[in-house]
Design a binder for this molecule. Structure first.
Ligand SMILES: Cc1cc2nc3c(=O)[nH]c(=O)nc-3n(C[C@H](O)[C@H](O)[C@H](O)COP(=O)(O)OP(=O)(O)OC[C@H]3O[C@@H](n4cnc5c(N)ncnc54)[C@H](O)[C@@H]3O)c2cc1C
Ligand code: SF4
Length: 489
């Protein structure tokens, strides 16, 4: 049997063909020297790799080197490797396969195979690749929440029940998630990262107790904890932010999923079982299943399907640099309460749920015309669950509309009123979401109208944006707004 070369995001049992298969793992440090990653992200990945190596024992050859090549040069035997998760790693593997005995295997860790996705997309002529259609196709193909070819309880989609503003409470009142307990491997990782910092490697964000699962046992425990305590309320407040409740009903499973520690279909099976036993309502379970086999797989497949140069798209001509305070995760760089809150979450744990990512951090960048490529890089480095495949479509396509509307037919831009409706943050802010002019003007409200004004021609032609562009034309103080914000023109 060939030795399986495992990348650092291929750590679960599904990445081996046989539990006794010999394994090669390479901890390559040059990546940490190139760009500053969040300290907790570096910790999580190294901890997960070393925990996996400890589980594999003598079966694994574990090399700590500067580059992958340096590691591979130390190994003579024939290898095989599961398709890696970025274009650059794929090219490396393809090059290596011409130089040595290296067998390349199809990707694993997703609910839909690349061949199945390509069949689905090609059948549509590569056009109108809607997530909703892909998701329904997947539900049928994978037989998830389907009875006799029809969705259970008669609907494919419970989104309408899953968009509520936050309740008027400080938190959702759920038990604290069950966190992993650090061990001596984490201690060693922390000591190594301290040493790297002393040698000049730079990180961003705070260090802190490891929050996300780094082993399969921890990932399974996190899944059980989610299904028992948070799945029943998942969905309802999915689009809302509560200042006092960072985690709300979210699963925090993206990090272990993206490390390959757990399979998406395992998550789906656990959620569906809770539904079948009457422990979680359909709206919650369908909402979760939609994220895992719908959105996640859809994003993964678009990364490959849309091609390598998709990452460079910049249809809105957004060329401004991301400012240093944002890059450095420094909340003191802004007075906007919502932005401070989201940036603090990223700084403290390298994670924020979907809405702070999309409607606060990304929305602000979109309104200000920050470079989508710099934002992709920022998200990738600053989030514990960030990998190239997931960042490129989520940032370039979904959040920055830099693909001109392939992934989302209208840009995810929203003003202060939207933030005020979906969060409880505006009450504590020095700005007023309703105000456009003067010192109390909300930067999201100002940014929203200025964004529309900058792109009025393009969005005036978009049937989903036409109405808001007309509203812009009716603003009596537009001239003054533009005069007060020369930097947003
Ligand atoms: C700008 C931006 C950047 C993002 N970057 C990442 C990223 O680097 N890594 C990442 O895994 N997710 C990313 N997402 C998607 C989503 O925000 C996170 O998966 C989610 O917040 C992770 O927390 P959770 O596990 O508690 O998710 P839950 O709310 O519990 O959702 C369940 C699961 O659904 C999956 N999921 C849902 N939406 C997406 C999506 N759009 N893309 C991929 N997976 C999805 C995740 O695996 C997640 O664990 C990004 C979204 C945006 C708008
Ligand atoms: S008033 Fe504006 S800046 Fe302040 S929290 Fe609300 S949306 Fe954010």
């Amino acid at each position: 049997m060939r030795r399986r070369w495992l990348f650092g995001d291929q750590l679960g049992p599904a990445f081996l063909d046989d539990p006794d298969q010999p394994v090669l793992m390479i901890e390559a440090h040059s990546v940490l020297r190139r760009r500053p990653f969040h300290r907790q992200k570096a910790h999580l990945v190294l901890s997960a790799m070393r925990h996996r190596a400890a589980e594999l024992g003598d079966q694994v050859q574990y090399l700590v080197t500067d580059t992958y090549r340096e590691g591979l040069d130390q190994v003579d035997e024939p290898l095989d490797v599961v398709q890696p998760t970025s274009w650059s790693a794929l090219h490396l593997v393809d090059r290596l396969a011409t130089e040595r005995d290296l067998e390349r295997l199809p990707a694993r860790g997703y609910a839909t195979s690349r061949a199945e996705f390509t069949r689905w997309a090609d059948a549509r002529g590569g056009k109108r690749l809607l997530m909703e259609d892909f998701y329904r196709d997947s539900r049928l193909r994978l037989d998830v929440l389907v009875d006799g070819g029809e969705p259970v309880e008669g609907r494919w989609n419970f989104d309408a029940e899953n968009r509520e503003p936050p309740p008027r409470t400080e938190t959702l009142g759920l038990p604290e998630p069950s966190w992993p307990v650090e061990d001596e491997i984490d201690e060693q990782v922390r000591a190594d990262l301290d040493r790297l910092e002393r040698e000049g490697v730079r990180f961003v964000g705070e260090d802190g107790p490891r929050t996300f699962a780094a082993t399969r046992a921890e990932a399974l425990n996190a899944l059980d904890d989610f299904v028992e305590h948070r799945l029943p309320t998942f969905g309802r407040y999915e689009d809302a932010i509560l200042a006092g409740d960072r985690w709300m009903s979210h699963s925090m499973l993206s990090a272990p999923l993206n490390l390959g520690l757990i399979d998406p279909m395992e998550e789906v099976a656990a959620a569906v079982e809770a539904y079948r036993h009457g422990e979680a309502p359909i709206a919650s379970v369908e909402g979760f299943v939609r994220q895992v086999i719908g959105w996640r797989d859809y994003i993964w497949h678009l990364y490959w399907y849309l091609g390598e140069d998709y990452r460079d798209r910049n249809e809105l001509g957004a060329e401004r640099d991301v400012p240093d305070w944002f890059v450095e995760l420094d909340p003191s760089g802004t007075d906007a309460a919502c932005l401070k809150w989201a940036l603090t979450s990223v700084r403290e744990v390298g994670w924020a749920h979907h809405i702070p990512r999309l409607m606060v951090l990304s929305n602000y960048a979109l309104q200000r015309g920050w470079s989508p490529q710099q934002m992709t890089d920022w998200f990738h480095r600053s989030f514990v669950d960030g990998y190239d495949w997931v960042m490129v479509p989520n940032v370039v396509g979904m959040s920055q509309h830099a693909d001109g509307g392939i992934l989302a037919t209208k840009p995810y831009a929203g003003g202060g009123n939207y933030v005020n409706k979906m969060t409880n943050l505006c009450g504590s802010c020095v700005f007023d979401p309703k105000v456009r002019l003067g010192p109390k003007a909300c930067p999201f409200t100002v940014g929203y109208w200025m964004f529309l004004d900058r792109h009025r021609e393009r969005f005036g032609r978009n049937h989903r944006m036409f109405r808001v562009v007309s509203a812009l034309d009716r603003l009596s103080d537009l001239d003054q707004l533009v005069a007060e914000n020369p930097d947003l023109r």
